[in-house]
Design a protein around this ligand. Sequence first.
Ligand SMILES: CC(C)(COP(=O)(O)OP(=O)(O)OC[C@H]1O[C@@H](n2cnc3c(N)ncnc32)[C@H](O)[C@@H]1OP(=O)(O)O)[C@@H](O)C(=O)NCCC(=O)NCCS
Length: 179
Amino acid sequence: MHSERLTYRPVALADLDAFHSLVEDEHIRRYMMDGNVFPPSWSAGHIRQSQELFDRIGVGLWLAHDKRSGELVGFCGFLVLPEVHDQPELVYALRERFTGAGLATEMATASITEARSRNALGEILASVDGVNRASLRVLEKVGFERVGARPGAFGDMLLLCLRPSSSSRARAAEPSVPS
Ligand SMILES: CC(C)(COP(=O)(O)OP(=O)(O)OC[C@H]1O[C@@H](n2cnc3c(N)ncnc32)[C@H](O)[C@@H]1OP(=O)(O)O)[C@@H](O)C(=O)NCCC(=O)NCCS
């Protein structure tokens, strides 16, 4: 799968070191993991869960690399966060030096486009700490609406939903190709 500036491939156990380096990254874990540092076994568990999700519904987590340099930019896709709800939700995370250039929006759009092309999900869910303004802006840019809130580690955690009819706003990604 690819988008304008990025290529994506499903995260595999062979990518454990690369994926775990992102999970450990200070910028990424600040809100996404509530600041926690998790062991490699946590990352391995999420890789396995992603593989199960790909097998079951055709989407999961992808590693995203810069098309031109080949550098690992971050990850995105769909993940079950049992502490939030039992449905897969949209996630995206980049190393800090890649932020501020629209790449999270590109990753979110590519993930949604892929899910829609595979009829993987109806409503797409997401959650974000209210203080994570940049991430909230990304979700709103691609068409998510706020549907609720609950107490989180940094004040309110907002729950958002992208309805099937909203998918037309996810236009920035190029048509996907087999990964
Ligand atoms: C949050 C994160 C995804 C943003 O990535 P990014 O590539 O900079 O995002 P984009 O450039 O696509 O879009 C960010 C938008 O938020 C805006 N923004 C940035 N900081 C902001 C702030 N403090 N307040 C309000 N808006 C802000 C930007 O201007 C941009 O909007 P615009 O296109 O209308 O100008 C990135 O910093 C990250 O990976 N953080 C760690 C992991 C994480 O928190 N993931 C989200 C949880 S799933």
